[in-house]
Every structure is written in C-alpha cells, then in structure tokens.
Design a protein around this ligand. Structure first.
Ligand SMILES: Nc1nc2c(ncn2[C@@H]2O[C@H](COP(=O)(O)OP(=O)(O)OP(=O)(O)O)[C@@H](O)[C@H]2O)c(=O)[nH]1
Ligand SMILES: [Mg+2]
Length: 194
C-alpha cells in the first residue's frame, strides 16, 4: 500500500467523539514510549503528523488520522507509564475498553512492543484483551535499530511466544530510523482492510 494522503481529523475521549463516517479503523496499542506515534509518522511518511516525545505518556487522547480518504489510523494512548495516578489509569482502561467494544469498524490492532525488552505484565494483559475481543492483530517489535542484526529475529520470536500468540500472528521488527519493516507493515494493513 502507498499512503498518498494523511491528515489529522480529531481527538476523542469517548464514543461520542469518534468519527461517524463508518470508515475502517486500524489502531496502534502498546506501552507508553514504545514508538506508536513515531510509527504513524513513518507509515505516512510525515515528520510531525502524530506527536512524538521522549517523555512517556505524550498521547493522552484517542487520535484519528484519515489515510487516503479511505480508513483511519488510530493512535491510542500508551499504558504502563509508572507515574500515572490510579484515577488516570482507570480512565485509560475505560477509554480503551470502550474503543475495543466498537470493534465492527476496527479491522486490525497493531500491538507495538520494544524489541529490547521482555513483555511486561501490562503487555501480557493487553494481549489477553485483544484475544478476548477477538480482534485481528499484527505485532510490531519496535526500535530494531537498537539491537544487533543477528539478535533481531530470535528476539522477535521470543516476544511473540511470551505474549502467547501463535505463529499465524505476524511479528514485524521495525525501526523508524532505518525504515526496517515499514513497507512490510504497510502491506499487512492492506491485507486487513479488504
Ligand atoms: N532508536 C529508535 N527510537 C525510536 C523509534 N521509534 C520511536 N523512537 C523514540 O522513542 C520515543 C517515544 O516515541 P513515541 O512515538 O512518542 O512513543 P509512543 O508509543 O507514541 O508514546 P506515548 O504517546 O507516550 O504512548 C521518542 O523519543 C522516539 O524518538 C525507533 O524505531 N528507533
Ligand atoms: Mg504517542
């Protein structure tokens, strides 16, 4: 797939703020700071479409980006940011739960996990959640530039295993710096939009 057009449409905290045009959604989930927003910029080949930050917890709302006037890339707020107060964590869970419940337009979840670190308890819970809602998923092992070439594949396989996903679930090592995996991920999007 080639992304020719990408534009920010809206931010939402609950259902009433979602776009109401019935177009398909593909959503990014993952721990805070794993590179979800960076990945949206890489996929769309834009520098500052989604806001990127070294500070975890940057994305606090559900952000909708319209792609090729045809579907939405959805940037969900990250989880597992240690300094978030309990009340805010609850609010996050409510926001995500409500979003997943709207699964008829949600065609694919891209679950992003940092290739250098084993999944956290929250990553594992997110994997369970995805299986519970029975939403198609593709895994991205992000920041592959931080790992030696020979370690990338075995580490990606290990992550898939630890998250409890079978061989049918693709895991794509990606780097927004080297662009590794970006084309492959774009091709996967196409598969799930049909
Ligand atoms: N080396 C390297 N750094 C990356 C890569 N992708 C993202 N980063 C860096 O990781 C940090 C976090 O990136 P974001 O895209 O803001 O992460 P996020 O998952 O959207 O974070 P939240 O919005 O807090 O959930 C930034 O400093 C990015 O520059 C990558 O592929 N390689
Ligand atoms: Mg973000």
């Amino acid at each position: 797939m080639l992304i020719k057009k990408a534009e920010f449409i809206t931010s939402a905290i609950n259902t009433s703020g979602y776009p109401k045009d019935g177009l398909s959604h593909i959503a990014m989930v993952g721990k805070s700071n794993v590179g979800k927003s960076s990945l949206i910029n890489a996929l769309t080949n834009q520098k500052n479409l989604a806001r990127v930050s070294g500070q975890p917890g940057k994305t606090k709302l559900i952000n909708f980006f319209l792609i090729n006037d045809n579907f939405y890339l959805v940037d969900l707020p990250g989880y597992g940011y240690a300094r978030v107060p309990k009340a805010e964590q609850k609010q996050w869970a409510k926001m995500i739960n409500e979003y997943f419940n709207k699964a008829n337009s949600l065609k694919l979840i891209i679950m992003v996990i940092d290739i250098r670190h084993d999944p956290t308890l929250e990553d594992k819970q997110m994997a369970e959640w995805i299986r519970y809602y029975d939403i198609p998923v593709v895994l991205v092992a992000s920041k592959s530039d931080k790992l030696g070439k020979t370690r990338i594949k075995p580490q990606a396989e290990k992550l898939r295993l630890l998250l409890g996903f079978s061989k049918e679930i693709p895991i794509i090592p990606c780097s927004v710096l080297t662009k590794k995996g970006i084309m492959e991920l774009l091709n996967q999007l196409e598969v799930f939009l049909d």
